[in-house]
Write a protein that binds this ligand. Structure first.
Ligand code: S3P
Length: 446
């Protein structure tokens, strides 16, 4: 039984100091999966400690892989090509769409039957989007008539390489198909008209070619993973909450170390810079084909801008916190072309609009977005997380920016991506206090 938490936040004046965040969730999921697929021992350092990635590990444990936790690294004992064994029970993906969808691709190529289930939120999310492409490649996969979980997979003798154009701009769908195709001798070509995060392609070293149709991704058994070592860079999606808090408080300056700056994920930085945010990138380097760097963020005056719809897949997870930034920026925040938000961990358009209404803002809601008008009230407000980690953290930040602080109900959901959120905020607030006391010649004994 998970303990329900109402988290209280005081208004914050300034934050200061350096943060090292745990590994990017998308990269960690993939590192765990590819290590479990590889034949032998792989090492993952700075893996995400999120509930979502734990769900991935627990599914692969049930398939026969083993994980040993040594200090800040995980030693993974992978099973090799078709080396998994039939799980005794259903595989439980918890709240994690990435776990459920990517593992479906892998299981579609195995010689045993399996079922995948999830929590209440995941059980409402669309799964037909993976069933259709996986059936095109010959998988024997089904969901119920409403297109939702449980996912049922049987072995198939009809798997054949495909030339498939993705119908949904989703890295999860793309990756599910790649992870099935990686079991086939012949080469599949997956065409992606709209770019989405490309960690699967980068970690597996897949050949990609850009042309007028979009990106063509080539994959076959030749790309099957070998044991590897990786240090997962910090999660830019978790960093986004601290970035916005630093930008919108006065006299703040923070540094977030070793952040993943993969070009399919940095839209949030581009948008915040265009809004006037002072964000500097330092120590830029490349780790296993992924760009990594430190972010230095300073207090800034923000202005709302028109957010192009083409960037939506790149910023999809950051829209909750970007819209909080929009509340405190000059002009009105507006987002459109983001219908995908309706099928995330909660209906994020609804969750955002309802919380902004609680804060006294006037909202125009569209099917694919919303526009905000007015100013946030200074009353101490109780926001709802709707059991959605990114809504919880976005309104945690909003609470720290309004007159009398605020509260977020069911805040425990933050553990889905960043269990250390509150501790990290406290660290930045205390650093600021210490530096003020230091400047005044007083020692902080707390
Ligand atoms: C993810 C892809 C995105 C993102 C999710 C993680 C991934 O979903 O929203 O949080 O790791 O592949 P879609 O690709 O389905 O939009």
């Amino acid at each position: 039984m998970v303990r329900k938490v109402i988290q209280k936040f005081e208004k914050i004046e300034s934050i200061r100091g350096e943060l090292e965040l745990r590994g990017d969730k998308s990269i960690s999921h993939r590192a765990v999966m590819f290590a479990a697929l590889a034949n032998g021992i792989s090492i993952i350092r700075n893996c995400s400690d999120s509930e979502d990635v734990r769900s991935t590990m627990s599914c692969f444990e049930k398939l026969g892989a083993n994980f040993e936790f040594v200090n800040d690294s995980i030693k993974v004992f992978g099973k090799g090509f078709k080396g998994f064994s039939k799980p005794e029970n259903d595989l439980y993906a918890g709240n994690s769409g990435t776990t459920a969808r990517l593992i479906s691709g892998i299981l579609s190529a195995q010689n045993f039957e399996s079922n995948i289930t999830g929590d209440d939120s995941l059980s409402k999310r669309p799964m037909k989007r993976i069933v259709e492409p996986l059936r095109m490649i010959g998988a024997n996969i089904s969901v119920n008539e409403e297109g939702i979980m449980p996912i049922h997979i049987k072995p198939s003798s009809a798997l054949k390489a495909v030339n498939y154009k993705l119908q949904v701009a989703s890295a999860q769908v793309k990756s599910a198909l790649i992870l099935c195709a990686i079991h086939l001798d012949q080469e599949s070509v997956i065409i992606e008209p709209v770019p989405t995060r490309n960690h699967t392609e980068k970690l597996l070293g897949l050949k990609t070619v850009n042309d007028s149709d979009g990106t063509k991704i080539f994959v076959s058994k030749k790309n099957y993973p070998q044991p590897f070592e990786i240090t997962v860079p910090s999660d830019i999606s978790s960093a986004a909450f601290f970035i916005v808090l630093a930008l919108l408080t006065r006299n703040s300056e923070i540094v977030i170390k070793n952040v993943s700056l993969n070009e399919t994920r940095t839209g949030v930085i581009d948008i915040l810079k265009l809004m006037g945010g002072k964000i500097e990138i330092e120590n830029l380097m490349e780790v296993k084909g992924e760009e990594v760097g430190d972010l230095r963020i300073f207090s800034s005056n923000l202005k709302n801008i028109s957010i192009p719809e083409t960037i939506i897949p790149n910023i999809i997870d950051e829209i909750p916190i970007l819209s909080v930034a929009g509340v405190f920026a000059e002009g009105n925040f507006r987002i459109s072309g983001a219908k995908e938000l309706r099928v995330k961990e909660s209906d994020r358009i609804k969750s955002l609009c309802q919380n902004f209404t609680r804060a006294g803002l006037t909202i125009t809601e569209f099917e694919d977005g919303f526009e905000l008008h007015g100013k946030a009230s200074n009353k101490n407000i109780m926001f709802e997380s709707y059991g959605d980690h990114r809504i919880a953290m976005a309104f945690g930040v909003m609470s720290m920016l309004i007159g009398n602080g605020g509260m977020v109900n069911d805040f425990e959901s933050v553990a889905v991506s960043n269990p250390q959120f509150v501790a990290q905020i406290n660290k930045l607030v205390n650093n600021n206090l210490n530096s003020l006391l230091h400047n005044a010649g007083i020692q902080n004994d707390q």
